[in-house]
Design a protein around this ligand. Structure first.
Ligand code: AP5
Length: 229
């Protein structure tokens, strides 16, 4: 797959915890050479560094609840101010409340960045638990594995760098249940929000990774063309 340095504008990946947003966002971002902005990753970095933001977010994340809109919006604004976002960027895990979506719309309009293409990645609930409990991640390069579906070549170590894989603290059954409840309550309404705006594209996230990626490419390139009409 060769990359394309085209202007794709803002891309939003919507989906439940475990739907494959991070897996797909890394592939799409690599292909278009645009930044992958994961609010979960930025929050986890802040927790690991013990920053003021990390201290505020830590307990909330460990319970599987959502961090406050004000904190997350400010964090995204800060990231979008960096010059690498000019041709486009892919948001993974943001927005996930109505207030975040409205804030983002206003900000994108004010800054003349164009309307986002919103791709909803659908996976049924009974698959999400296995995806999340089986997930392992490389702490060095962020590559995502799954002990059931995408195991590393050698048990427990990253294919790329050989580092021992880790399990996320919020991937326990109890916290996963709360994350799914938060998703149902606060994020599912965004599907309708973007559908009403005519921006929603839906893909089947239960297919093999490469096929999901293909569908997302089609959604993005169709959506970006429509936005430029
Ligand atoms: P965040 O890090 O965003 O977590 P999430 O939304 O719960 O999503 P995940 O990262 O768990 O799943 P994913 O969809 O990326 O799936 P993945 O690709 O890894 O958020 C964590 C926390 O931070 C939140 O709970 C909240 O507290 C806070 N937070 C973050 N953003 C916030 C915001 N905007 N507002 C407020 N709070 C916020 O894949 C999962 C597994 O499935 C992997 O093992 C993978 O290998 C496997 N897999 C992927 N695709 C496939 C496939 N096609 N077939 C088979 N297996 C697959």
């Amino acid at each position: 797959m060769t990359g394309r340095d085209i202007a794709v504008g803002p891309i939003i990946l919507l989906g439940a915890p475990g739907a494959g947003k991070g897996t797909q966002a890394k592939l799409i971002a690599g292909y278009y050479r645009i930044p992958h902005i994961s609010t979960g990753d930025i929050l986890r970095e802040n927790v690991a560094q013990g920053s003021e933001l990390g201290k505020k977010a830590k307990a909330v994340m460990e319970r599987g609840e959502l961090v406050s809109d004000d904190l997350v919006n400010a964090m995204v604004a800060d990231r979008l101010n960096r010059p690498d976002t000019g041709r486009g960027f892919i948001l993974d895990g943001f927005p996930r409340t109505a207030a975040q979506a409205e804030w983002l719309d206003k900000m994108l309009a004010q800054e003349g960045r164009g309307a986002p293409v919103v791709v909803s990645v659908g996976v049924r609930y009974n698959q999400l638990l296995q995806r999340l409990t089986g997930r392992r991640t490389c702490p060095v390069d962020g590559k995502i594995y799954n002990v059931y579906f995408q195991p590393p070549k050698n048990d427990g170590v990253c294919d790329l760098c050989g580092t021992a894989l880790v399990q996320r603290k919020d991937d326990t059954e109890e916290v996963i249940s709360e994350r799914l409840r938060s998703y149902e309550r606060q994020t599912v309404p965004l599907v309708d929000y973007y559908r009403r705006q005519g921006r929603l594209r839906s893909v089947n996230g239960e297919l093999p990774v490469e096929q999901v990626t293909e569908q997302i490419f089609r959604a993005i390139e169709g959506g970006a063309a429509a936005a430029n009409d």
